[in-house]
Design a protein around this ligand. Structure first.
Ligand code: ADE
Length: 242
């Protein structure tokens, strides 16, 4: 998979630690060639001598608005660098909420182009012309779309074949289909050694070696935890595009 990121902070997507996508599973996946992440500085497409990428909003008010032209030129140049068509995505708090089904759908795309916007905004005309899929990582405001892009990329990479040491371990994650009806549940509790810690023992069923019983216990725990913490997940299926 090829992921291009358009940003004014390309260093956040560096392949070298301590950048978030240079360590752990994303770092390994990049080094193994499962995903190519190219960050492009929108500023490089500014045409004025100060390399301006934003300006004050018409109508007044606080903050700055990203200019149409540098973003438009950057998208066109980056898209032209590879013949594989890119799915355009804009990270914005006004977008479709990011969920596991949406991550699963995007993980099948050969190429994504992520635009990290800034909350004060991007000139609406360039958004209309680019017509990206708009995605939000939650109902809160980040300083820019970069960290949202990092979240999306991390969630995507763990679904790429070969990204996890233990194939299939992503199927046991929270929000993966866990029942025959395809319900997406929160994960169950996990335990490791020692068997007893601070007077608290690991549940007996996990020590008995009966895999069918372990599976049944885990499903029970997932259902109970989901009912307690996120009853909404039990009442409606999760759509990639709600
Ligand atoms: N940019 C700022 N806040 C954001 C959010 N919650 N999701 C996606 N992009 C953002």
């Amino acid at each position: 998979m090829r992921i291009d990121v358009l940003t004014t902070f390309p260093e956040l997507f560096s392949p070298d630690p301590p950048a978030a996508l240079a360590v752990s599973i994303p770092g390994r996946a990049r080094r193994a060639g499962l995903v190519q992440i190219n960050a492009t500085d929108i500023r490089a497409y500014a045409t004025d001598k100060h390399q301006k990428t934003d300006d004050r909003p018409f109508g007044g008010g606080p903050g700055m608005v990203m200019l149409c032209q540098p973003l438009w030129d950057a998208v066109n140049a980056v898209e032209a660098a590879d013949t594989t068509p890119a799915k355009r995505i804009l990270l914005t708090p006004q977008g479709t909420p990011l969920t596991q089904p949406l991550v699963e759908a995007l993980a099948k795309e050969p190429r994504l182009l992520l635009i990290a916007g800034h909350y004060e905004g991007i000139d609406e005309r360039v958004i209309e012309r680019l017509a990206p899929l708009e995605i939000s990582v939650g109902d809160y405001v980040l300083s820019g779309g970069e960290l949202a892009a990092v979240v999306l990329i991390d969630a995507l990479i763990r679904l790429l074949p070969g990204a996890l040491g233990d194939e299939g371990s992503n199927q046991a994650d929270s929000f993966s289909p866990a029942t025959p009806e395809g319900l997406r549940l929160l994960d169950c509790p996990h335990y490791t050694r020692p068997r007893e810690w601070m007077g608290v023992s690991v549940p007996d069923v996990l020590l008995g070696g009966d895999h069918a019983k372990v599976d049944a216990w885990r499903l029970d725990q997932k259902l109970a935890r989901t009912a307690r913490r996120r009853p909404d997940l039990l009442s409606r299926p999760m759509d990639p595009f709600p």
